[in-house]
Design a protein around this ligand. Structure first.
Ligand code: MN
Length: 631
């Protein structure tokens, strides 16, 4: 057997080719024989089909005998007219070998299509989104090189190819066209592939994915052996996030709404947006596929999880999107996150966490697809999430570090990191023109804006404050100076009112205890909120006394705890209180020396008294200080 260019095989004798239904005129050659089927009889001849896409006229002058629709006979190409009309001539061939011909596809790469506007191309790939518009149905199709929207029109607002959905492998023939800034394919034909054809495409995609999802290797910004222990885990998250972008799964980022949380999420958002833009031909893709949202609570609340899940399901129903991956930043490592995670686990929503709060690995590990936390490597909060996420962002998308070199220092100052590496980070920032005071101002300004933004991400505003992806450096400086001043004035105003109500008590262990009723003796619903108000009072008392200090800021059904120089174990105290006070409804937690608890209003006195008792019994340890404040 021999095979020529078009895949024809001849078995000797006369060969007649039988075209597969999806063969085009490209498959028809001069001086070869083809099997034709009559589809219409007219006065001057018959019309025949060689395939679904190849039809033509056999003129009576090229024909002998009579024919009816459905009859088969052998033809050869007579001519192709300038207008595209095709004419065939009948050939006598009684004894022949029929040989099937499969179409040859010159499959185009989506990434080359911007240079092929006006051409007709064939694409093979996987449908990653199906969106019905008021006009055509848009199939977003991914191949080995990118993702492109393909518009198939049935009737205005009517779903084209209703049998084809997300995850199907398709072959599309269509014209490349430019619509405004974007390139898309206007679909002529769309066919769902199955069996070996589909598998071949899937294999190609999987191979390309493995290569393209590989994170970038970036030289560490600073030399810090402790940090290097986390690098393999960060690489794993970078790999997962790149894969998520390449398969066009949306990403939902939830982050702690404080300075470090912003310093973590903004660089990752910046990197992901660039990678999404590079992967998708659709210029709207970064906006549609990435959402960053703050979490007000220091854990993933059921309220947030329910909202996220609801949005995800709505987006799937309305925009034909896949369900998202959840990326938790500066949050998400603790047992308190578990109920929300369990809720998401009913759906296909992978979860990745980068956090530096004391984790409960046994509680969360089974629910997470990736988990980075310094405590898992015998390190601690001093490696802040912002520091980790600047490296993560560089692994996701290269060439962005010039915009990010000051960010780890802001993150470290925000969370009062006592890492030795802070000097190096401050040095990096100084090279970019930021002195420590300016970095502190940025940190204050972030905290201030996070407060007023409440449940909003404030994408552009926060970028301007942090000076990442910001186009007006002068405005950045003015904005930060203004916001930091306002924040300090608001803190002073709050403390002016509150300080005279702070009650002092000397504990048996020698520590000072300060208590403040933040509900009645501080302004409510303003900046700073109870957590930060308590923290500011605490800091002033630590400075004033130079001794071990515990501060409790309480409201009707909550208390915020801060301590320096006392060996507290807040999570243990919370569980003891919960057991010891019947009907107290005590819950909460946090870290060893900083945390918040909730209780029922009617048991407040018992809870606070019992809490103070436990604090008075705690050991003094001058080394311990409260950091990583959360409210
Ligand atoms: Mn943090």
């Amino acid at each position: 057997m021999t095979a020529d260019d078009a895949g024809r095989e001849s078995a000797g004798g006369t060969t007649v080719y039988d075209l597969a239904p999806d063969c085009t005129i490209e498959a028809v050659e001069d001086d070869e024989l083809y099997l034709a089927t009559v589809n219409g009889v007219v006065d001057y001849g018959v019309f025949v089909d060689l395939s679904e896409h190849v039809s033509g006229l056999v003129h009576e002058s090229n024909l002998s005998g009579t024919f009816a629709v459905g009859d088969e006979f052998v033809v050869e190409l007579d001519q192709i007219r300038e207008n595209g009309d095709v004419a065939f001539a009948a050939v006598d061939a009684d004894d022949y070998d029929a040989v099937g011909v499969e179409p040859e596809y010159d499959v185009a790469d989506t990434e080359t299509l911007t240079e092929r506007v006006g051409e007709t191309v064939t694409l093979e790939g996987e449908v990653v989104q199906t969106k019905q518009t008021g006009g055509p149905t848009i199939f977003h199709v991914r191949d080995e090189t990118g993702i492109i929207p393909c518009a198939a029109f049935e009737e205005a607002g009517v779903r084209a190819h209703p049998g084809v959905d997300v995850d199907d492998v398709v072959r599309i023939n269509g014209d490349v066209e430019r619509r405004e800034d974007a390139v898309q394919v206007e679909v002529d034909s769309l066919e769902a592939l199955d069996g070996e054809d589909a598998q071949a495409v899937r294999d190609r995609l999987a191979e390309a994915m493995e290569e393209r999802a590989e994170p970038h290797d970036a030289e560490p910004l600073i030399d810090w052996p402790a940090f290097e222990k986390l690098r393999p885990d960060l690489r794993e998250v970078a790999n997962l996030l790149r894969e998520t972008v390449l398969e066009s799964r949306p990403i939902r980022v939830r982050h702690h709404a404080d300075g470090d949380g912003m310093c973590a999420s903004v660089p990752v958002q910046y990197a992901l947006e660039r990678f999404i833009a590079e992967t998708h031909e659709d210029p709207e893709a970064p906006r549609h596929l990435l959402k960053r949202l703050p979490s007000k609570a220091p854990f993933y609340e059921m309220e947030d999880a329910t909202r996220d899940l609801n949005f995800a399901l709505e987006d799937r129903a309305r925009h034909g999107q896949k369900l998202p991956l959840l990326l938790m930043l500066d949050n998400g490592s603790t047992a308190e996150d578990v109920p929300a995670y369990e809720n998401l686990a009913h759906y296909d929503i992978p979860i990745a966490v980068v956090d530096h709060h004391h984790p409960d690995p046994d509680a969360v590990e089974d629910l997470l697809d990736a988990h980075v936390n310094p405590y898992l490597h015998d390190e601690d909060y001093r490696i802040t999430t912002g520091m980790m996420c600047v490296e993560l962002a560089r692994m996701i998308y290269p060439g962005i570090e010039d915009e990010l070199r000051h960010v780890p220092a802001v993150a470290g100052l925000s969370d009062r990191s006592k890492a030795d590496a802070m000097d190096d980070y401050l040095g990096l920032a100084r090279e970019e023109g930021y002195d420590e005071e300016t970095l502190r101002d940025i940190s204050e300004a972030l905290d201030y804006e996070a407060h007023w933004l409440r449940y909003d991400a404030g994408r552009h505003l926060i970028n301007d404050v942090l000076n990442v992806d910001c186009d007006d450096e002068e405005r950045h400086h003015e904005l930060v100076a203004f916001l930091a001043d306002r924040a300090r004035e608001d803190v002073d105003e709050q403390l002016d009112a509150a300080m005279s109500h702070v009650k002092h008590e000397a504990l048996e262990n020698g520590a000072h205890l300060y208590r403040i009723d933040v509900e009645n003796h501080a302004h409510r619903f303003t900046y700073p909120a109870p957590g930060k108000t308590t923290g500011e009072i605490h800091d002033r008392k630590v400075q004033e006394t130079g001794d071990p200090v515990i501060t409790i800021g309480y409201g009707p059904d909550f208390a915020v705890l801060r301590s320096d120089g006392v060996r507290l174990d807040i999570p243990t105290m919370v569980s003891e209180l919960d057991e010891g006070i019947v009907g107290g409804g005590v819950s909460g937690g946090g870290h060893l020396v900083v945390g918040s608890i909730k209780f029922v209003q009617g048991r407040r006195e018992e809870v606070l008294d019992s809490l103070v008792e436990k604090m008075a019994a705690a050991d003094i340890d001058e080394e311990l200080s409260s950091t990583v404040q959360r409210d």
